[in-house]
Design a protein around this ligand. Sequence first.
Ligand code: ASP
Length: 324
Amino acid sequence: MLKLLAIAAMFLSSAEPPIAIAVHGGAGSFAPGVLGPEEEAEARADLRRALDAGWAVLAAGGSALDAAVAAVVVLEDSPHFNAGRGAVYNAAGEHELDAAVMESEQARAGAVAAVKGIRNPVLAARAVMEQSRHVLLVGSGAEAFARRQGIAFADPEWFATERRRRAFEQAREQAASGGTVGAVALDRHGRFAAATSTGGMTYKLPGRVGDAPLIGAGTWAEPGCAVSATGAGEYFIRTAAARTLCLRMNWRGESAEEAARALLAEVSALGGEGGFIVLDRRGDAALPFTTAGMARGYRGPGGEFVRLFADPLEENGAPLHQSR
Ligand code: ASP
């Protein structure tokens, strides 16, 4: 008996703490039938590459922050998601970008909003966190800061895509669509990080800032919880969504799934829709959404997957719980 206990103790002590990463590519523009099969396959492949990039950092013992940022850079560079390349157009026909990062250690955070021309806004957000005394820089001041930090800029053609151009034309008459990218990560040292980047909502007014760069609305990380949101940002700001979600988990003892669904219910009650990716301290994820689809992926103790739509609609997949 003693021997058995000793073996069990040895096993437990040698078990490494969990690492995990979850990513999203937005809830706004992934409804079944909107993209062709080729584009869907490319979007899935890019989500997988984002997971790989983050996972490589975590598996090598790197930080949750490095992992979340690495994953978001991949999604920003993909033309299939509304962040960096492929961002939506505002009402002036320009790309105005928002991004944020946060890590659970010391509640460190950085963000940029309404910036133009920065190829990877998430890197500028990180620079604000690490190289300035501030948390949020906007517009031309943020661009000047990013330039001084040696962060890469790109021409308007880099961000431009035919699909978003069409959405811009349609949005003159119709409701705005959006999309965002985000990542949440847990590293071997138990640190959590969240990163979110977006072009915002199609046809938004110049100067409009969404939830993504607002710490506590679209992006939040604290011990035991990290969140990145997507959806109509105004509702996520009005519900202080990301921070409230983590409070429900850490103070009320709700599961990630329960807390995320409670916040989505609040958002829905106000007339909004969207989704979250959330990690808990075991490295398990909840990825619920109220839209027709949400590009998303996860790798961690709970397995691995990449999906675009609600599960019953997902080809090649056994129907699973919607958030998984
Ligand atoms: N949350 C983003 C914003 O409002 C857009 C989106 O995720 O669809 O800027």
